[in-house]
Design a protein around this ligand. Sequence first.
Ligand SMILES: NC(=O)CC[C@H](N)C(=O)O
Length: 291
Amino acid sequence: MFNVDFDILSRNLGVSYARLSSSSFAAVTCCELPKNLEMRLLKVATCNLNQWAMDFDYNLNNIKESISKAKEAGAVIRLGPELEITGYGCEDHFLELDTVTHAWDCLKEILVDDWTDGILCSIGMPVIKGSERYNCQVLCMNRKIIMIRPKMRPADGNGYMEPRWFKPWQQKDQLVDFQLPDEITAAISQKSVPFGYGYIQFLDTAIAAEVCKELFTPLPFHDDLALNGVEVFMNASGSNHQIGKALNTRLRALIGFTRGHGGVYMYSNQRGCDGGRFYYGTQSHRHWAYV
Ligand SMILES: NC(=O)CC[C@H](N)C(=O)O
């Protein structure tokens, strides 16, 4: 495919952090994704949750329940909506340090128990790196954090104000090392994780996260990722309801993408109201095509 210059930085994780020498983005290599069928079918679960802004216990329970249901259904990938731990509509509560700290506490609860055993979970939460706050998908499996993918195209306008709370990630050419909070390190014996734009290379497939609006913007990142072998895309959304949007905007975008690139596109959205200003569209989708 292309030359890979492996630069192993995180042996403690059991995964390797790879910088691609001839490409503009990076990959995390990982163990074999558990397969649930002899036919090598991959079962995936997109979970639409009716989260409530700042209700951490309630949101965490919904997330746990959705992971249980995904596992019961035999899925090996579970995708939840954007910022599902805090709720999407926290508005200026995102500016409070406690909001991010509580989100880590919730993630810790998920990681210390068996929730992520045998299933890749993409979980939405705010993360502070350096002095900046990012809207992230935290990809976890087997009680470890495999990668953190910050949103790169913030939603602004039409009632959205993400730039007020989150900085868009702009380093398209690399994954960087993120030092996990001490409490997480103590709980799961993991010190750091690759953070940025990249994908996870499993032995038998490659998977990448995408965050809501990134599906709809010009020059989308998924083109490059698909051309480099990513087959499963996980889009976590906080997309509000508007008449006609589900069929005319979302579904068309998904079908257009998979028609051109093949693979599987998973889409998960928040449901209903969450205390903020939006009523969220309720659809979840997964669409696939062979090319
Ligand atoms: N959270 C977002 O990125 C929203 C993006 C876009 N406006 C939508 O409704 O889907």
